[in-house]
Design a protein around this ligand. Sequence first.
Ligand SMILES: NC(=O)c1ccc[n+]([C@@H]2O[C@H](COP(=O)([O-])OP(=O)(O)OC[C@H]3O[C@@H](n4cnc5c(N)ncnc54)[C@H](OP(=O)(O)O)[C@@H]3O)[C@@H](O)[C@H]2O)c1
Length: 195
Amino acid sequence: MAGQKQYNLIVAACKCKDSLGIGINGTIPWKLRTDMKFFSTQTSTTAEKDKKNAVIMGRKTWLSIPDKFRPLPNRVNIVLSKTLSECPAGADHLCRSLDHAVKLLSDPPVADGIDVVWIIGGSSVYKEAMESSLCHRIYLTRIHSQFECDTFMPEIDTSKFKVVSDPAVSGERQKENDIEFNFEIHQNIQHTSTS
Ligand SMILES: NC(=O)c1ccc[n+]([C@@H]2O[C@H](COP(=O)([O-])OP(=O)(O)OC[C@H]3O[C@@H](n4cnc5c(N)ncnc54)[C@H](OP(=O)(O)O)[C@@H]3O)[C@@H](O)[C@H]2O)c1
């Protein structure tokens, strides 16, 4: 299904009751510059200089990105929607389903210019990606503070994903604006590649 591409998921989630909260009222409940930089670096960095990474997101996540940061630069922006009739201004592709996006990214000519594919939310897109065989790694920024949320990250299946360490990503607890957080990497145990 996924061709040769590596698919990773990236999310920042806080404690919210017994769940992992990711958003409220169409936005993110916290401000963490360190995490925004982490997101930007992870999703933009490519192993091959002449390629770009792709980011796949649901329609509401696309709309949640402030105009001035949209489309996410140096990445191929793919928006999922069954209701939009045309690709949102600034985005590169509109896809009707995750499978449609995967097919687009697997076949030439689009596939030729893409390195890693990043699933960047929201809830249902994360869920579908985590339940498929697609997802190699989940990059989770775990925020230890509580924030009110109305959008949630589905639970990570610990029989399928195990926490791994990567010298390129510090797992140490950090603090910004009185918010404590750490970066975690959960890797699909069925995938043998280490990065
Ligand atoms: N903390 C984080 O890391 C993070 C990351 C991302 C987003 N967020 C937050 O999460 C919220 C937005 O997420 P959300 O879960 O509400 O919405 P979302 O997943 O971004 O968007 C939902 C919409 O996307 C389309 N969609 C989703 N899956 C699809 C599929 N498989 N095929 C076709 N279309 C699909 C549908 O659009 P149509 O209705 O047009 O069919 C659906 O209504 C915001 O608050 C945002 O700030 C947080």
